[in-house]
Design a protein around this ligand. Structure first.
Ligand code: F0G
Length: 448
């Protein structure tokens, strides 16, 4: 077994013509030589005994050690920290992998499984990255942590900053964040600043802020975020008894999550834990799809930002995805694809996932909508195994849910969404007859 030692890791620029190397404690977010994105790299000559590590990781599930109770730090041999690091954790990770028969039917597949990252402490996948980024912030002696956010990063950072006793400032697009997410950030004590402009403008603002040395930026451009999020691939592989599915489908916004899954599976493959990677497919909302357009363009020279992204899936309303080069590497390396789905498709898929008893937020439902499309187009075959990643919890955006079920959901272009699976509440009198009628009607509608 190897020990987790900082010296086994470096930060490296991902640009093939640069590959500049930096120490772990160099506080940078992009390469200072060429401006490229940075990866945390685990040095190649570190031997890993996959079989014994798998055993160690499994045993940690029943341990009382705070790091073992975290679904991220349980895999700490692959994280760039010394073993005595004080971690900032809310026992993130350890999220369920659900069988979803109704969603499978909807996609015309015999089986579909959903990895529900919305079951993290603040209700989204961001927690798996934030535990690592905030641990690094504290290690570097930062005083203030900042992020731009469509809401979930904000909620997550606010919580972890509170645990770490760090000041926290969050920049969000004014009037475009779901109240539930904002409420979390406020309750956890973050300073929330709403600006006139979209997520991409917020991102520019925090990048400027982070030029000050006391400020630490924890959006997914920060490679330590990706380190945490990559462990979800480890946890998923373990849940699948190390039998890797044919397809893994994730929503795409700023493209940190897809990059992280790819990195996780790449490292597992390289260290002999698995024999192949899943094909990783990214699904974007049609109105906020710069990455899908890049993918569809045969020349693929560079990604062209979407100046005015539009979607009701506010979590992924992003036009200038910061991590697109990393995500592109993942999609091309694994043989996946990048597709779009419409607002109508997202809304219906979300309701179908709900009927499986598994709630998610609109951005997460792009996955099931996308899988249905890929099956229709025969890109995914009936015989193949498929996993969709749900990134956020249903309660993150109840306004959307209520509007859908009450036939009041309106697309950004003003057209009404058809509530194909609508289920609106009915007001009745509190009398015995009325109740009997309801029970009778419900039974008549269902075969015994
Ligand atoms: N799903 C949800 C629920 C999200 O909150 C996000 C991103 C994504 C998917 C997309 O993930 O950016 O890694 O491609 N939310 C960010 C935020 C931007 O600020 O909360 P990605």
């Amino acid at each position: 077994m190897i020990e987790s030692k900082q010296s086994l890791f470096v930060q490296r620029c991902i640009a093939p013509e640069c590959r500049a190397e930096y120490g772990l404690d160099d506080r940078l977010y992009v390469c200072s030589r060429c401006g490229g994105l940075l990866d945390i790299e685990r040095l190649e000559d570190v031997a890993v005994e996959a079989a014994s590590l798998r055993d160690v990781w499994l045993k940690r599930r029943s341990s009382a050690d705070a790091r073992d109770r975290s679904g991220v730090w349980r895999f700490r041999e692959f994280l760039p920290f010394d073993d005595d690091t004080a971690v900032v954790s809310l026992e993130e990770g350890n999220t369920p992998l659900y069988d979803a028969p109704r969603s499978a039917d909807y996609c015309r597949l015999p089986q579909l499984r959903l990895k529900h990252q919305g079951c993290n402490p603040t209700g989204s996948f961001k927690d798996t990255g934030m535990t690592v980024a905030v641990t690094q912030a504290r290690k570097l002696g930062a005083r203030i942590v900042v992020c731009a956010s469509t809401g979930n990063t904000a909620a997550s950072l606010a919580a972890y900053a509170a645990r770490a006793d760090l000041l926290c400032t969050i920049i969000v697009p004014g009037g475009q964040v779901s109240p539930a997410k904002l409420a979390q950030a406020l309750d956890y004590g973050a300073k929330v600043r709403e600006i006139d402009g979209n997520f991409d403008a917020c991102m520019n603002a925090v990048r400027e802020l982070s030029e000050d040395d006391s400020v630490y930026l924890v959006n997914s451009i920060n490679p330590f975020r990706i380190e945490g999020q990559k462990t979800v691939a480890f946890e998923l592989a373990e849940q699948l008894a190390w039998q890797i599915p044919d397809h893994l489908v994730v929503p795409g916004g700023n493209l940190g999550n897809s990059s992280a899954f790819g990195k996780g599976f790449r490292e597992l493959l390289r260290s002999g834990f698995i024999e192949r990677q899943p094909k990783i497919t990214v699904v974007q909302a049609a109105g906020a799809a710069p990455f899908a357009r890049f993918y569809a363009d045969a020349s693929r020279s560079t990604l062209i930002n979407e100046e005015h992204p539009k979607t009701l899936a506010s979590a992924i309303k992003i036009g200038a995805p910061v991590s697109w080069q990393k995500a592109w590497r993942v999609v091309s390396e694994t043989g996946g694809s990048v597709i779009t789905v419409t607002e109508q498709e997202i809304a219906d898929a979300k309701a179908v996932i709900g009927r499986d008893g598994i709630g998610c937020e609109p951005a997460s439902a792009t996955t099931v909508a996308g899988i249905r499309k890929l099956v229709e187009e025969d890109v995914i075959k009936e015989t193949e195994s498929v996993i969709a990643v749900l990134t956020g919890h249903l309660l993150k955006d109840t306004d959307y849910v209520m509007k859908y079920h009450n036939q009041e959901l309106v697309r950004p272009d003003g057209e009404r969404i058809v509530s194909t699976f609508g289920n609106s509440p009915v007001r009745v009198s509190a009398s015995r007859t009325a109740i009997d009628e309801i029970v009778g009607a419900a039974l008549r509608g269902r075969p015994s």
